[in-house]
Design a protein around this ligand. Structure first.
Ligand SMILES: [Zn+2]
Length: 214
């Protein structure tokens, strides 16, 4: 990404905050600027009032199957998001990925309770096309991961599972925690997030009226 992504990330965070998806300091947004560098929101920053100083530039150490990352400047005032390892795993797995968004909404927490398995079946809505699925009546699932208190363990499980099996959609859920989407552009990442949150709202609304959606 040749342009500075931070102004767009600031605007996206404000929008997601207003949607109720980044309440308090929750959630984290990142954008890659070269093969091995990405900007990510700092730890503990209110997402409705980010400034350019609230981002930390990370270096991805993706050689030999690793996916960890370290701050590019060790004297940085800001600490990177506690969930940076999840972003690092996604950037390491998918070289075309430029942007990774992770948010906590009530809906994306609730839907992980709809199944005990490690994948959530999604209803075959028209909106699924927004995630790049163009089949008629598609049978699509979204991976669910366990919410370990040690985030690096979540990241490690994402890396291990996706290395063997690519997900059908560019999104994953962590149970009772939140959703993560990734894309090759800032605009597409926002679109994906809006689409998955729409699908989650639909699933909750349909369950309220006892409708069969599969
Ligand atoms: Zn989170």
């Amino acid at each position: 990404m040749s342009i500075d992504p931070c102004p767009t990330l600031i605007a996206a965070a404000r929008q997601f905050y207003q949607m109720g998806w980044m309440i308090g300091t929750a959630g984290n947004l990142s954008a890659r600027i070269s093969d091995n560098n990405f900007w990510i929101t700092g730890s503990g920053c209110p997402k409705n009032q980010l400034t350019a100083d609230d981002f930390v530039l990370m270096t991805l150490n993706s050689d030999k199957g690793e996916f960890n990352s370290t701050p590019t400047q060790s004297d940085s005032q800001k600490r990177p998001s506690a969930e940076t390892s999840i972003h690092a795993a996604i950037y390491s797995l998918f070289p075309d990925t430029q942007v990774c968004y992770h948010v906590h909404s009530i809906e994306n927490n609730l839907v992980t309770r709809f199944t005990k398995s490690d994948a959530l079946p999604l209803p075959p809505l028209e909106m699924i096309k927004g995630l790049g699925i163009w089949e008629e009546n598609p049978q699509v699932t979204m991976p669910i991961f366990t919410n370990h208190s040690e985030v690096s363990r979540i990241a490690s499980e994402i890396y291990t599972r996706f290395k063997d099996t690519k997900p059908q959609v560019p999104a994953l859920l962590i149970r009772d925690h939140g959703v993560t989407v990734w894309a090759d552009s800032l605009e597409r990442a926002s679109n994906y997030l809006e689409v998955v949150e729409y699908i989650f709202r639909y699933m909750i609304a349909s369950q309220k009226v006892g409708m069969e959606i599969s």
